[in-house]
Design a protein around this ligand. Structure first.
Ligand code: MN
Length: 149
């Protein structure tokens, strides 16, 4: 008989365990503010983050997002770039000017090199492309917050 130790395929349970391990590694960095005008994306991001144990809040536009950011003092802001009125890059610049600004991660449907550079200049640590792959989304948020914890 031949056994390969440690060669089990990834299972839903293994994924869940690693999510719990990640949650325990970053006990302080848990509050995420989502600023996203699309109601379905807003709900999807919030539900995914809550299911993973984050305290997730959401705002539908830049001005209300900036206000909520001041009130909550989140660890991370997840920022849609294509927002009506006050756009995501302007929102990022405004948040960067806060005292002790949170980490910011942008989500964009047009995340080319030039836009990614503008977002970095505005203070974003990462830029995710839409449509968002769920596993990648959660991994990169965990990664950003673990770096900050
Ligand atoms: Mn949008």
């Amino acid at each position: 008989m031949h056994y390969e130790i440690g060669a089990q395929p990834p299972s839903a349970q293994n994924v869940l365990f690693s999510a719990q391990a990640a949650a325990q590694l970053a006990p302080r960095a848990r509050t995420v503010l989502i600023i996203e005008d699309d109601p379905l994306n807003r709900k999807l991001f919030r539900d995914l983050l809550r299911a993973k144990g984050y305290e997730a809040h959401a705002a539908p536009d830049g001005p209300s997002g900036l206000e909520l950011c001041r009130q909550l003092g989140p660890d991370l802001v997840l920022l849609d770039v294509q927002l009506p009125g006050l756009g995501g890059i302007e929102v990022a610049r405004a948040i960067s000017a806060h005292d002790a600004p949170p980490l910011m991660m942008a989500i964009s449907a047009f995340a080319g090199e030039a836009e990614a550079a503008r977002l970095r200049d505005a203070g974003c640590v990462d830029c995710l492309s839409k449509p968002v792959a769920i596993a990648d989304f959660l991994t990169r948020i965990d990664g950003a917050l673990m770096g900050a914890a």
